[in-house]
Write a protein that binds this ligand. Structure first.
Ligand code: DC
Length: 223
């Protein structure tokens, strides 16, 4: 009798600037798994809606944008209609717009199938806000990755400065708190600790330590 083989999934959720993107990418790389950065899709909907002049109240237009996103990934790069938008979507403005469109159920519904399509062999590491709860609730390993807000603001500050973008730590802290509140308090797929999720506080961990912890948990999961 043939045994049905499940495609392994590591789902990682957590607040803004917790470092989950870097950690998730490294875990995927070590395991040679596919990687889904779901936040980049919300950021892209934020960018495209701005360029098309679609407001947050125009839900059916936002649904259409999300459902028919001509997007593809190439390594760490993200392309919209063959234009490299990797840097354009990484601004604080697009982070805030992503958080705003992420609160709209129609947008989440529009992105659902595309996110599920990342589930292919040999496995998937997916990061975002609802990977453990809504998109991949069947994940064998669920992680809630977080860090103190002051530490997250400092990490984001260093990232921006390193890119030559000017930043103000107080403004960044306020932005993070605003986004955290919206992502946690919204009714559509709020950021929450999923049943069975393991909590990983990276406030005092290096990226490598966080990666090792997740790989260690993964080794212990039963597929
Ligand atoms: O992970 P990130 O900072 O790139 O995400 C940007 C915003 O997108 C985040 O504040 C909320 C939204 N988002 C979401 O609602 N659901 C996801 N799965 C990922 C991101």
């Amino acid at each position: 009798m043939s045994k049905m083989r499940l495609i392994p999934i590591i789902a990682i959720d957590g607040p803004t600037a917790s470092g989950k993107g870097t950690v998730a990418q490294k875990v995927a790389h070590k395991l040679k798994f596919n990687y889904l950065d779901s936040g980049s899709l919300y950021r892209l909907v934020g960018l495209v809606s701005k360029e098309l002049g679609v407001s947050f109240s125009q839900e059916s237009q936002l649904y259409d944008i999300a459902k028919n996103l001509p997007v593809h990934f190439d390594g760490e790069k993200i392309f919209y209609k063959n234009q490299d938008v990797s840097d354009l979507i990484r601004t604080e403005e697009m982070g805030l717009r992503a958080s705003a469109v992420g609160a709209i159920q129609a947008v989440r519904q529009g992105l659902y199938d595309f996110q599920r399509s990342f589930l292919t062999t040999p496995g998937l590491v997916a990061d975002g806000r609802d990977m453990t709860t809504v998109i991949f609730p069947e994940a064998q390993l669920k992680v809630f990755l977080t860090a103190d807000v002051a530490i997250r603001a400092e990490r984001r500050y260093k990232q921006l400065i390193a890119k030559g973008i000017s930043a103000n730590i107080l403004v960044l802290t306020q932005d993070l708190e605003e986004r955290d509140a919206r992502d946690i308090e919204r009714t559509a797929s709020p950021l929450t600790l999923a049943t069975g999720a393991k909590m990983l506080d990276t406030s005092h961990l290096t990226v490598e330590q966080a990666v090792r912890q997740i790989l260690g948990w993964y080794e212990l999961t039963e597929l």
